[in-house]
Design a protein around this ligand. Structure first.
Ligand SMILES: [Fe+2]
Length: 357
């Protein structure tokens, strides 16, 4: 068993609030038409659209789970986290740098508090959004397994089209300031670590964080934070009904000319069957099904990190999946963060580059 050599990730004894869900992701894109083409092929439904903002949803009752603002450059902005009450919003409004409680000017309405995490990502805490009618979805395919054969004189013929996304499942972020960022999500939103992958020196490489819903099972991770050399979006993940839907998604996205990133496979930490695709700006989007759910009782697991440790079958994670783009801006950020982040050292960067670059 590996050990964790740093204070984070850890549970916070008395968080400001406990988030209850991941409501949406927010992006800026220079071309909303192009964004919509990819996301609809990926399996989301347009919920609302005007010249400046595009909202997409899954089949679940959330009014939207994906918001795209028209912007000069492609940029990941942040996430929306649901909280249980207006009182929770009022508590969050006291966090340094937070906005006051304000009306949310988006589908479903409700109220929000806008915060910025220590890595600069926007977090909108939201409460009171109105739900919408769920959309019809295909039922999971009934499998004949050994002697258990629910399908007699029947066939499997699922429709081969963009698979229906049920909901947004999780977001993975890379950060330079790992300890501060991890600690902030634990302190203010009550995230608890499900599993941590550590480098040989015991410092964390990836923390998989779940919501603290007490005895109610929560996704193994709703947020994961990876040690990088600058703040960056790694990927967001969307739940599909079953493995056939994941396979169908691969066929459809391939036929429509989108760029594949990694898959199919089954993860180890979280156990999801997965397939990753790049959007038109190279941002990774994951289809998954059959993820683990843990109650708050499950203790944190600590494991050595490696590319092989990212999946139990299927293609081993390719280096192209994690290789950073070394633009002049990114190199400048690397040099700056190497000086500023207490979590970074040349040796750690070399280790990360050996593993993932
Ligand atoms: Fe993922």
């Amino acid at each position: 068993m590996q050990h964790l050599a740093t204070p984070q990730p850890a549970r916070h004894p008395s968080p400001t609030v406990k988030a209850t869900g991941l409501a949406y992701v927010v992006f800026e894109r220079p071309d909303l038409d192009k964004a919509e083409r990819f996301l609809v092929d990926f399996g989301l439904e347009v919920a609302q659209r005007d010249a400046e903002v595009l909202y997409l949803r899954g089949t679940a009752p959330a009014p939207y789970c994906y918001r795209v603002h028209r912007g000069k450059k492609a940029r990941f902005v942040g996430v929306g986290l649901t909280v249980a009450s207006r009182a929770d919003l009022e508590l969050l409004a006291t966090v340094p740098g937070a906005s006051a409680v304000e009306a949310a000017p988006h589908p479903g309405g409700g109220e929000r508090v806008v915060l910025t995490d220590p890595s600069g990502f926007t977090v909108e805490a939201i409460h009171g959004q109105a739900a919408v009618e769920p959309l019809p979805t295909r039922a999971p395919l009934p499998w004949n397994v050994g002697e258990v054969r629910p399908r007699i004189n029947g066939t499997q013929r699922p429709t081969v089209d963009a698979p229906e996304v049920i909901r947004l499942g999780h977001v993975v972020l890379e950060v330079a300031h790992f300890q501060a960022t991890c600690g902030w999500y634990a302190e203010h939103f009550g995230f608890i670590p499900s599993d941590v992958q550590v480098l040989p020196d015991g410092s964390p490489a990836v923390a998989f964080l779940r919501l603290d819903l007490g005895d109610t099972p929560a996704d193994h991770h709703t947020l994961a934070i990876a040690q990088g050399f600058m703040p960056a979006y790694s990927h967001s993940a969307y739940e599909l009904v079953d493995a056939d839907a994941v396979g169908i998604g691969q066929r459809v996205l391939r036929e429509r000319g989108w760029k594949h990133a990694w898959g199919l496979g089954r993860h180890i930490l979280g156990s999801q069957i997965f397939d990753y695709w790049n959007d038109p700006w190279g941002a990774k989007h994951e289809h998954y099904c059959d993820g683990d759910v843990f109650t708050a009782a499950v203790p944190t697991g600590v494991h050595p990190v490696s590319r092989e440790a990212m999946s139990q079958w299927g293609q081993v994670m390719p280096k192209t999946f994690t290789k950073p783009r070394l633009t002049p801006r990114n190199v400048a950020a690397l040099v700056r963060n190497l000086r500023r982040s207490p979590d970074l050292s040349l040796e750690k960067l070399r280790t990360l580059a050996r593993l993932f670059g």
